[in-house]
Design a protein around this ligand. Structure first.
Ligand code: PLP
Length: 445
């Protein structure tokens, strides 16, 4: 197709998606693709969900949009109530946006404004982690820790410091227990705070399970508790970015429920709208909200589509479906099954270095040599080739090149829909196995 759409890869020729049904997408030629990554961890309910479709029709038939400066809507209010009810801690104040980067931008600005409201204007910087991704807008990019995404746009808007991620596959020392390792890397936050001056720092921002740059990287037990402790000690806010790992993807509605901590601000998107509508949200705790509410009374932010009636109606229907269809136990069950099947399939494969994740959020890290963990040369473009091969075989998986010691590591991220069946898990593993094995054979021969 001669496309006038400005595609990210300018020279790509993409199939035309015309239909979605459950776990599958279909192109213009009727070819089926098992959507094993929900695009980029978006389509958590699968495609063409009848309940969500009906809710969207119902909303559009009465009101598609009303600007948030003039009106609130029933769907926005009900969705905010539901999120507050199920979020850990006192994240009682939901600010709606249109996607993940917008949610992160709002979180960064709200955190900054919080300190202005309470008379600490000297707090101007953020700390985040290498190997993290918080979005592609310039503020979100500034806190993100993925070197190749940031480098071309330096200098970035916001001063940000980066510490180590919790990445045991690469960094844990042989003598350390997982707990000791987690504490060591969490303590890097305190060390960095003391170097830059704790009272210059606004917040620490992290993904509870790292998605797009490291392939479903979970933290060791105790890591996030220690992070919370350090933030409390130095009066720094904790922002958790659940844009990718939130909304049930890891088996609980919020991923950080499993860390046993409370955050000051949380961002969500992707699974919130499940692809039926573009929507994101920032959830603020009472303390943060009250500072603004009792201070200037005005959050200096806003977008045209925030609280969009149709988007919030769609997201409300998504959340209802997750609850009413009791999908979270299936996330855990099928997640465990998928993990087992992947381990079986790749047990003998010397290039699948690590398989990790939680729930239906699973990453594979591909290496040239399992013993040394040496990554493949970036010029191989292994991740992109595997994505293309998988598409040829009728599978959508999410390819990533992260950053390992300044070079590009290759990962494949899986985020299939919460409704995935056992047969579809088998189909996924089979097609992924064939894709990875055939591409690696080409690259290594
Ligand atoms: N934060 C995280 C953790 C993400 O994974 C992403 C996208 O992948 C974003 C923010 C940005 O979201 P969006 O692409 O909707 O702007």
């Amino acid at each position: 197709m001669n496309s006038r759409v400005f595609h990210r890869h300018c020279h790509s020729t993409l199939p035309v998606a015309v239909r979605g049904e459950g776990a599958y997408l279909f192109d213009q030629n009727g070819k089926a693709y098992l959507d094993a990554s929900g695009g980029a961890a978006v389509s958590c309910l699968g495609h063409n969900h009848a309940g969500v479709r009906a809710a969207l029709h119902h909303q559009i038939d009465s009101l598609a949009y009303a600007h948030s400066a003039f009106f609130t809507t029933e769907s926005a209010e009900l969705l905010a109530d539901k999120l507050a009810e199920h979020a850990p801690g006192d994240l009682n104040h939901t600010y709606f946006l249109s996607g993940g980067s917008e949610a992160v931008e709002a979180a960064l600005k709200l955190a900054r404004q919080y300190f202005l409201e309470i008379g600490q204007p000297q707090r101007t910087r953020f700390i985040s982690r290498r190997q993290s991704y918080h979005g592609n807008t310039l503020g979100a990019l500034a806190v993100g820790g993925n070197i190749w995404r940031r480098a071309p746009f330096d200098p970035l808007l916001i001063p940000a410091e980066h510490i180590a991620p919790c990445y045991s596959y690469r960094d844990k020392r042989a003598h350390e227990t997982p707990f000791e390792y987690g504490q060591r890397v969490a303590n890097e936050l305190e060390e960095r705070l003391l170097v830059v001056g704790p009272d210059t720092v606004i917040a620490f921002i992290a993904e509870p399970v790292v998605g797009a740059t490291a392939g479903a990287l979970t933290a060791e037990e105790g890591y996030f508790s220690r992070i919370r402790e350090i933030c409390n000690q130095y009066g720094v806010l904790l922002i958790l970015d659940e844009v990718m790992c939130g909304m049930g993807r890891t088996g609980t509605l919020f991923a950080h429920e499993q860390e046993g901590i409370h955050a000051d601000i949380v961002t969500i998107a992707k699974g919130l709208g499940a692809g039926y509508q573009p929507i994101g949200a920032m959830l603020a705790s009472d303390r943060v909200y009250d500072a603004v509410s009792n201070g200037s009374g005005f959050f200096q932010h806003g977008h045209t589509y925030m609280g969009h009636a149709t988007a919030t109606a769609g997201a409300l229907a998504v959340l209802n479906a997750i609850q009413n269809e009791n999908l979270l136990p299936n996330v855990v069950h099928k997640g465990n099954l998928l993990m087992d099947r992947l381990h079986q399939r790749f047990a003998e494969n010397v290039h699948v270095g690590d398989i990790r994740g939680r729930g239906l959020f699973i990453g594979l890290e591909l290496v040239k040599d399992k013993e040394t963990k040496q990554p493949f040369d970036p010029v191989t473009q292994l991740h992109a080739r595997i994505k293309n091969r998988a598409m040829e075989l009728g599978l959508i998986c999410y390819p990533m090149s992260g950053t390992i010691d300044g070079t590009h590591g290759h990962h494949i991220l899986l985020a299939p829909p919460f409704i995935i069946s056992t047969e579809q898990v088998d189909e996924l593993v089979d097609k992924l196995g064939n894709s990875i094995e055939s591409v690696i054979k080409e690259v290594t021969s």
